[in-house]
Ligand binder design. Structure first.
Ligand code: ADP
Ligand code: ASP
Ligand code: MG
Length: 408
């Protein structure tokens, strides 16, 4: 007998019929002799709707109260799914994040899991009950409810799989695996049989929301056997693992897009040593993550520095810099959230020169302007206007189509 953790996303539990479908997947696994812990997301767009409800009442609600509110979506889907399993005649118990032992730090809205005290889950499993756990949440040292950040139910599932030493962690979603690009955007994207943790981590961090990036990081650290598959199709999915078996795999693994970013440009900065240090240490002290950075060549003893942050940090970053204008000394800040980052990812890129040139050529042929560029050994990212982002993903994917299909 083995232990299987199964996670079901919002679309998979969106209505009564789909909850019954999920209940069948869970009970079929249980019937086959396995122990099952299922982690559920909130139904459909519930989390977005709850955010809208809060904004109607108080657009500046505290993060603590937001977490109190947002955690309720998962409680609803879990209770309903447990009821569906009861109706099928199987032993089941649903647990909230705190009942399941999720202890997090205090970072409301984006809390990190410190540990999972899994005694209650183990006791229930020993009684041969199916355990249903609310994704995306835990409690902090004040016993307040915290949430793990959007898409965080994947991370809840992987944490449970790691702590209980599960044989398999299945992430059921609305596509039947991980593709070379979002299949909703790129119809001829190729489904991958397997992908390495490192490549998936890069894709997820660059915006491929099919897996929460922290779930991939954790699966790698605890060597969790991870699979992404569809709750609708019954087809085999994509395995995410340390080493893939394909002998000569393609040197690029996918194209990703991230619209959740903003660009700030500090114009007319003093061209003196220590300016970059002042700017970025100020942001770091205030927990603002900076991604792409571009500095212009100095002219007339001034220079410009542009950088990107996540959309949610844009206003705070702008305010911090304005407030410190007397010590940092610049002319003005130009801010835009009409930008998106499009990236190509692949571990084999380092041995294959010309990936960036080919990507830029595809964008040039499509008349898409590049605002910023950033490269590493396994990715090339460009910043483009948000209205060009989807087209950019398509033309880049088309340009590398042969590589994605193993023709090179
Ligand atoms: P869930 O609610 O099940 O967690 P998400 O919406 O978070 O589902 O993630 C699944 C979605 O991720 C898919 O519907 C797809 O549009 C998107 N996606 C983005 N990039 C990829 C990719 N490379 N492969 C598969 N899906 C992707
Ligand atoms: N319901 C949460 C969200 O929409 C968590 C998740 O689905 O993973 O972000
Ligand atoms: Mg998700």
């Amino acid at each position: 007998m083995s232990l299987i953790v199964q996670k079901f996303g919002g679309t998979s539990v969106a209505n009564a019929e789909r909850i019954c479908n999920v209940a069948r997947i869970i009970t079929d696994t249980y019937k086959a002799g396995h122990d099952v812990v299922a982690v559920l997301s909130a139904q459909g767009d519930t989390t977005d709707e709850l955010i809208e409800k809060a904004a109607e009442i108080n657009p500046n609600a505290s993060k603590r109260e937001m977490d109190m509110l947002l955690s309720t979506g998962e409680q609803v889907s879990c209770a309903l799914c447990a009821m569906a399993i009861e109706a099928l005649g199987y032993p089941v118990v649903s647990l909230t994040g705190w009942q399941a032992g999720f202890r997090t730090n205090s970072g409301y809205g984006n809390a990190r899991i410190k540990r999972v005290q899994a005694d209650r889950m183990r006791t229930e499993l020993d009684k041969r009950r199916i355990v249903i756990v609310t994704g995306f949440q835990g409690i902090n040292k004040l016993d307040d409810i915290t949430t793990l950040g959007r898409g965080g139910s994947d991370t809840s599932a992987v944490a449970i799989a790691a702590v209980l030493g599960a044989d398999l962690c299945q992430i059921y979603t609305d596509v039947d695996g991980i593709y070379t690009a979002d299949p909703r955007l790129v119809p001829n994207a190729r489904k991958l049989e397997e992908i390495t943790f490192d490549e998936m981590l890069e894709l997820a961090s660059l915006g491929a929301q099919v897996l929460h990036n922290r779930s991939v990081e954790m699966a790698k650290r605890y060597n969790v056997n991870l699979e992404v598959l569809s709750s609708f199709s019954g087809q085999p999915g994509t395995k995410v693992k340390e080493v893939v078996q394909t002998m000569e795999k393609s040197y690029i693994s996918g194209v990703a897009k991230d619209k959740n970013i903003a660009r700030l440009a500090l114009v007319g900065l003093q061209d003196t040593p220590g300016i970059a240090y002042k700017v970025f240490s100020l942001l770091a002290r205030n927990h603002i993550n900076v991604d792409i950075i571009l500095q212009s060549i100095g002219r007339d003893s001034t220079k410009d520095i542009s950088f990107t942050v996540s959309k949610g940090d844009m206003e705070q970053a702008q305010k911090l810099l304005e407030d410190n204008k007397s010590s940092i000394r610049f002319d003005h800040i130009d801010v835009s959230d009409n930008v998106a980052k499009v990236s190509i990812v692949g571990a084999g890129m380092v041995n294959n020169p010309g990936v960036a040139a080919k990507m830029f050529e595809a964008l040039y042929n499509a008349g898409i302007n590049i605002n910023m560029i950033s490269t590493s050994e396994i990715k090339v990212s460009v910043l483009v206007h948000i209205t060009d982002a989807d087209r950019a993903v398509r033309v880049i994917h088309d340009r590398f189509y042969d590589e994605f299909n193993g023709e090179r």
